[in-house]
Design a protein around this ligand. Sequence first.
Ligand SMILES: Cc1ncc(COP(=O)(O)O)c(CN[C@@H](CS)C(=O)O)c1O
Length: 411
Amino acid sequence: HRARSAAEIRADFPILARQVHGKPLVYLDSTASSQKPQSVIETMNTYYQSYNANVHRGVYEISEEATAAVERARVKIARFIHARHSKQVIFTRNTTESINLVAYSWGNANIHSGDLIVLTEMEHHSNLVPWQLLAQRTGARLEFVPVTEDGLLRQDIYDELLTYHPRLIAFTHMSNVLGTINPVQEMIARAHAVGATVLVDGAQSVPHLPVDVQALDADFYCFSGHKMLGPTGIGVLYGKRELLEAMPPFMGGGDMIRTVKLQASTWNDLPWKFEAGTPAIAEAIGLGAAVDYLNDLGMEWVIEHEHEITAYALERLQEIPGLTIYGPRALEQRGGVISFTLGDIHPHDLASILDQEVGVAIRAGHHCAQPLMERYDVAATARASFYVYTTTEDVDALVQGLQKAQQIFSF
Ligand SMILES: Cc1ncc(COP(=O)(O)O)c(CN[C@@H](CS)C(=O)O)c1O
């Protein structure tokens, strides 16, 4: 991996050169969606300019080039998460669709009335609502692992819930609100010891941490391209081969079939059984370019850089009187996401002032984790999040903006 300075990396992201309200853009909302390097943008343009064609069907050069490019991207992604085979990488639209695919295809066939599904209090709505719908469809029941005051899962209660032999356990690898990195490998081992199947929501971990799905022994692992320097409209479901082979298709249509008769059809092999219709071709190829970019930096560098920025941010934010930070203090238990409140200033007002006064873009709201807001008894939080292009100067601008907000509201 090439050691590159922050200035060198930032030069790769055209949007970071723009201004907002006459000030340089300070983008601190990568947890919502990351910015895109020029190499990803150019890769997608080149597809449209040079070999735009549908895949799997055309027996002509540019269609074969497009098909090969999509399958090369799939192999890159499989290697990036250390999947045994690229057939275990199913392209979806995003993390949400990946989780819904499992809830419908695996869930409908394997979850029955009275079965227990275990989730956690820190889940994103995308890893909560699909399981609520499954429980309503099947008569299964949901139980939740609570979160401690400092943003960690109650492992003692997780162990207690395991004694009830849940059929399915689903939890996030890293919280999009608290930054908490859960001990996924050991939680999966304990789940497997009682015969549970485990889905991991990797939307915030694959972009920021080295992930090895075989070492974790995850049964299903889900993530989105747009959070990891790739385009929107492309996500991934990773699954153990035997599970994916046994699952019925999620959507019916072209490409996912082998033979079609009027009354019945047979299915294509993995991964195409789960990829009905024309795929997001440019987006899959773009995600492959995003993986190239991350591999060039190295994920160990990525998480180390984010820990440096997070440590600096935690230190600077704690200088601000009246500011409350949610989530673990220990760096090794968290990633580059900091949720906070500042006195009784509504997070939406904070975000507006930061945008207008210092060009800083943060997220304010419930972050699609309303049960977690309820657990901390807050209506909303402000949230700053970091990525490969974030610098300590970005954090300084955030602190300056928060101090400005305090002045404005201290009238
Ligand atoms: C842990 C976690 N799990 C699932 C999702 C959904 O990702 P999609 O690409 O939208 O399907 C997200 C996306 N969270 C964004 C949008 S709410 C955030 O600002 O926090 C996530 O963080």
